[in-house]
Design a protein around this ligand. Sequence first.
Ligand code: SF4
Length: 398
Amino acid sequence: MTTAQSPADRVNLDVQPTPLALLLLGREADPKSERGVDCPGDLPSPSDPGLVERARAAKEKLGEKVFVLGHHYQRDEVIQFADVTGDSFKLARDAAARPDAEYIVFCGVHFMAESADILTTDDQKVVLPDLAAGCSMADMATAEQVAECWDVLTDAGIAEQVVPVSYMNSSADIKAFTGKHGGTICTSSNAKVALEWAFEQGEKVLFLPDQHLGRNTAVRDMGFSLDDCVVYNPHKPNGGLSAEQLRDAKMILWRGHCSVHGRFSLESVEDVRARIPGVNVLVHPECKHEVVAAADHVGSTEHIIKTLEAAPAGSKWAIGTELNLVRRLANRFAAEDKEIVFLDKTVCFCSTMNRIDLPHLVWTLESLAEGTLVNQIQVDRETEQFAKLALERMLALA
Ligand code: SF4
């Protein structure tokens, strides 16, 4: 469970949180999370021509006290102020490597700021510039739903054989559940190693919350069949599965997905191959199984960047990941004569990641420079203890 100093604290906490993901932003519909809240301060106007200068001045005033992290999917206007860029796990580790920085400003989404809080010291304060920057995938598995799922597995007589493996893109509560039940966290880079470890500890895996990463890793990288996988739907009684189906399965996949990567389809792959002869299709493992199966290369955002860095001049690439990153890569590698296009025809930003914009960053940095701590993300001690256990198991993997 996370606390944040925000207007969320001031709304009526008796309202029951809805189990549905993708709540409407700005409606205060989910008081136990930070989504759907207004900025508690006076945001500068987006049309203020002095925003870049204001951000620069505030950051300079803060000096070594502040460390700004920028996720790969952030807008250019924000990424220009990042001290480091990377995926969620790299950024959390980068933050932990800077214990002298009093403020960690995380330009990413909520679960990333939680992980940074878990991995940094008690004296460091992790700040999320817009508390409405959540992750629709992380929101698809709540602590209550996962506890209910564990009861279903217990009733089916298989809980003792099951090892939970949770993707980094999950809330601190889910990471803590994983730690408590002997499981580990994984990233899109080390999912195979994490699953191999889990199958040494038990006979089955409960993979949370991204069904696609779980299925793609098990089937594509480890030789399981699609029939070894079942999908647990938290919105159906008993997950929509019989005890027999649960007993027969090797991989129990949570019914969650990324709303950005889930948009790419087999048609997008076929279409780009027809439009650009000789194109290499490179996609993220959060994409659907049929997309991953049809692609030439599959890998995490860090893998995508490294693959393009190593690609020969004259090569052509269609990339299936978030558009801000693809656009930046296309600009960066154009000078090296590498043609890089977005895999889909339609725009595909991560809308919650895009909540962090220059006005929010300016407001955050100026507030901190004036000595006012805003939008702090804090994970409570018990959650932190078990979540850290799961994260440490991952760090111990080869
Ligand atoms: S890209 Fe997908 S997984 Fe990443 S923050 Fe956005 S919704 Fe979540």
